[in-house]
Ligand binder design. Structure first.
Ligand SMILES: *Cc1c(COP(=O)(O)O)cnc(C)c1O
Length: 387
């Protein structure tokens, strides 16, 4: 079905931060399959893990124990706020599971009237009916009525409007610590701490969507760690499998108390192939010094992007985001910039609010950042003629 507006190019091979198209051209990949190929392309450790598991067993179903999944769950628990994990296959499925968990929590703790989730405007949580209803983006909901009930939205970053929205039926607050799709906005530390305080005051669950900003992208395993807060529920996916489809729902034991035998499931979720690859991703991301490298590259990227904006005020407005989830808000139509960059061999992706998103792999090096800035500079100089 023609649900995508595909660029007429096909990549046949990838190596680290580069992609090679069928016409022989080489591209610097600052899209990473939309924050998915966190360790770049064809990372030897991931390739070995996938091949090794492929020769053993691919799938057995959740009727049986899956040691690779038990190991991955333990590592996620040991390195996060969470006590317990549910594995699935995508970001939307993780978020869908989180919505179920939130409703179930209030049901089993004697408050079944609490079902409404307050999310944010300009957010994105996936393309299933419930995740679309959560984000409330009219463009994506159009024609799919009736929208699932039980969600409302308040402006991202505004705690006062949020407080005014709370009534007796509210179950949780759902926020992306760094909004991706909607325009690359990073919630500041005070906002994230404020969300925790509001949840504590009203007995709500704090449900964070770290599908895009999690798994090391901001320089911490999870973006909320920058604020030093403890959420109740977190959905993650994208970077977790480094390109293999896998999602995870993390929660505290308390928040997940209703998720007992028979309450949720997924046929493919957590199969040995996915689990082995995700364990290999964690081998790299959790290795000493790796997240320091991400922080170092993030600072470099943001500094150079600031300089670029200062140099090209007719093309760029501002730098946004956090870590290697960076955004450049454009003065001219963002698709013009994206197309120019593509002609110069740099792959990026758009976001809401006329932003271009820069999502290099976490293994990015200074030379890649220099190359990307060079291409951005060239494209901007070219475009200034048409602006
Ligand atoms: C991509 C994304 C999703 C949806 O993930 P899928 O794997 O496409 O279902 C949900 N939330 C956020 C923040 C995302 O960036």
């Amino acid at each position: 079905m023609p649900t995508y507006d595909r660029r007429d190019v096909a990549f046949e091979r990838g190596e680290g931060a580069y992609l090679f198209a069928t016409d022989g051209r080489r591209y610097l990949d600052f899209c990473s399959g939309i924050a998915v190929t966190a360790l770049g392309h064809a990372h030897p450790h991931l390739v070995a893990a996938l091949k090794g598991q492929a020769e053993k067993v691919w799938h057995v179903s959740n009727l049986f124990r899956i040691p690779e999944g038990e190991a991955l769950a333990k590592r996620l628990v040991d390195n996060s706020f969470a006590d317990t994990v549910f594995f699935c296959n995508s970001g939307a499925e993780a978020m869908e599971g989180g919505i179920k968990l939130v409703r179930k929590y209030h049901d089993v703790t004697g408050n079944p009237h609490r079902f409404r989730i307050i999310a944010c405007t300009q957010s994105f949580h996936g393309r299933t009916l419930s995740t679309l209803a959560a984000a409330g983006n009219e463009k994506y909901l159009k024609g799919f009525d009736p929208a699932m009930p039980g969600f409302s939205q308040v402006p991202f970053g505004n705690l006062n409007v949020l407080r005014d929205e709370i009534s007796d039926d509210v179950a949780a607050i759902l926020v992306e610590p760094v909004q991706g799709e909607g325009g690359v906005r990073a919630g500041d530390v005070e906002y994230l701490r404020g969300l925790r305080a509001v949840c504590d005051e009203y007995g709500l669950l704090l449900f964070l969507d770290e599908v895009q900003c999690g798994m090391g992208r901001t320089g911490k395993l999870f973006a909320h760690e920058w604020a030093g807060i403890t959420p109740d529920v977190v959905g993650t996916a994208k970077g977790l499998g480094g390109g293999f489809p896998v999602g995870a729902l993390l929660a505290t034991e308390k928040a997940a108390q209703g998720m007992t035998f028979g309450t949720h499931g997924s046929t493919f979720g957590g199969n040995p192939l996915a689990m082995s690859v995700a364990n290999a991703v964690l081998d790299v991301v959790l290795a000493p010094g790796f997240l320091d490298h991400v922080c170092e590259m993030s600072q470099l990227l943001h500094r150079k992007l600031q300089q670029l904006v200062a140099k090209h005020p007719k093309i760029f407005v501002e730098v946004r985001g956090k870590g290697l989830l960076a955004g450049l808000r454009c003065q001219i139509e963002n698709t013009k910039v994206i197309n120019a960059l593509f002609r110069h061999g740099l792959v990026v992706v758009g976001a809401g609010d006329n932003v271009i998103r820069l999502l290099p792999p976490l293994i990015v090096e200074e030379k890649h950042i220099d190359e990307a800035i060079d291409k951005l500079d060239t494209a901007a100089r070219e475009l200034v003629g048409d602006a």
